[in-house]
Design a protein around this ligand. Structure first.
Ligand code: SF4
Ligand code: SF4
Length: 328
């Protein structure tokens, strides 16, 4: 799916930017390197924008990881290494990348599906994450088993709860701990996310009461109209209605905070993109920008124009959406 361009011919996002009298989207720095180390995953979730799964073979090489570590060493302005996938921990170089980045003083994030703790050979993963002070950001689209299993697969909820317990025991999610445990909610269907603050309060109450689990923050994320979710919308004849919903909810105040303004996304093969979504659409950086991590140039990338298309409306609908949750 990575080579397929699914974006619309007319750029609806730019039309809304112009109608709101906002300038075209531009970066304001590169403080985060978001690295997608591959599409291999032990799950096959219904809304996965990566089309990840056990059948995928794309996985970042040692040589590309070496380039990433060099870029971190040479650019102290990059404060955060955000590692995603697939299940990033299934890449054979994941622990090397996360461990060295931590030693270099970077804040490391692992976008973890939780069930990976129960994959063969990963029993010591929670202890590794705690030792290297890795922030864990984990998907949990509901606090009930039925809804989670429907979106993420049978048995995923029970394993997720068990994994969260393990993280709590290691010190994750406690108010006075530096081990951050944040959860991600995305809607089960074609609705927009509800209020992040309200839902976070509900999650905290329900997870504590039902399972004794604590966590730090809940991030609500809008489903992007790409990849598996888009295919699902098309199959049910709902794509136009969903795009209309995103357009109607366009929030000009969310534009300034979209995550591509502060990060660069690196693909499993080292290619650079404005964000993980553009990466999945194979929408490259603007003309004249470095193409791969081997050519990384922080100064040039910090001022780059951003390549947008209709899917960007997913980042600016309602309260806005990013890998760190709502923008407003
Ligand atoms: S766990 Fe994440 S990467 Fe894996 S299939 Fe589900 S959404 Fe995709
Ligand atoms: S989809 Fe990517 S490029 Fe578009 S606004 Fe969102 S983060 Fe930026």
């Amino acid at each position: 799916m990575g080579g397929e361009k699914e974006v619309s011919a007319s750029n609806l996002f730019d039309l809304h930017i112009a109608a709101s009298k906002l300038p075209p989207l531009r970066a304001r720095g590169v403080s985060t390197l978001q690295v997608n180390v591959g599409k291999v995953c032990n799950q096959t979730c219904a809304h996965c924008h990566v089309d990840a799964g056990p059948h995928r073979t794309e996985s970042m090489s040692r040589e590309t990881v070496q380039h990433i570590l060099r870029v971190l060493r040479q650019n102290p302005s990059i404060k955060t290494l955000d590692i995603t996938g697939g299940a990033p921990e299934l890449n054979p170089h994941f622990r090397w990348l996360a461990g060295v980045a931590h030693t270099l003083g970077r804040h490391v994030i692992d976008r973890c599906n939780l069930t990976v703790f129960f994959v063969n050979g990963q029993h010591d993963l929670p202890a590794f994450l705690a030792l290297h002070r890795v922030e864990v950001i984990a998907s949990l689209p509901c606090y009930t088993a039925d809804n989670v299993d429907k979106q993420r697969g049978k048995g995923v909820f029970d394993q997720s709860i068990e994994a969260l317990r393990m993280l709590n025991e290691l010190g994750y999610g406690h108010d006075d701990s530096s081990l951050a445990l944040n959860l991600v909610f995305n809607p089960l269907g074609s609705s927009l996310p509800p209020s992040q603050a309200q839902l976070e309060a509900d999650y905290k109450r329900e997870l504590k009461e039902r399972f004794g689990i604590i966590f730090n923050r809940l991030f609500t994320i809008t489903n992007m109209p790409i990849s598996r979710f888009r295919t699902d919308l098309v199959a049910h004849g709902k794509l136009d209605a969903y795009m209309q919903k995103l357009e109607t909810a366009f929030n000009p105040d969310a534009v300034a905070g979209v995550m591509c303004r502060d990060l660069i996304s690196v693909g499993w093969d080292g290619q650079l993109f404005d964000c993980d979504f553009n990466q999945m659409l194979n929408l490259p950086l603007a003309e004249g920008q470095p193409r791969t991590i081997a050519d990384f140039d922080a100064r040039q990338l910090s001022e780059r124009p951003i390549c947008t298309d209709a899917h960007c409306l997913g980042c600016t609908a309602g309260a806005g959406s990013s890998c760190g949750g709502a923008l407003k």
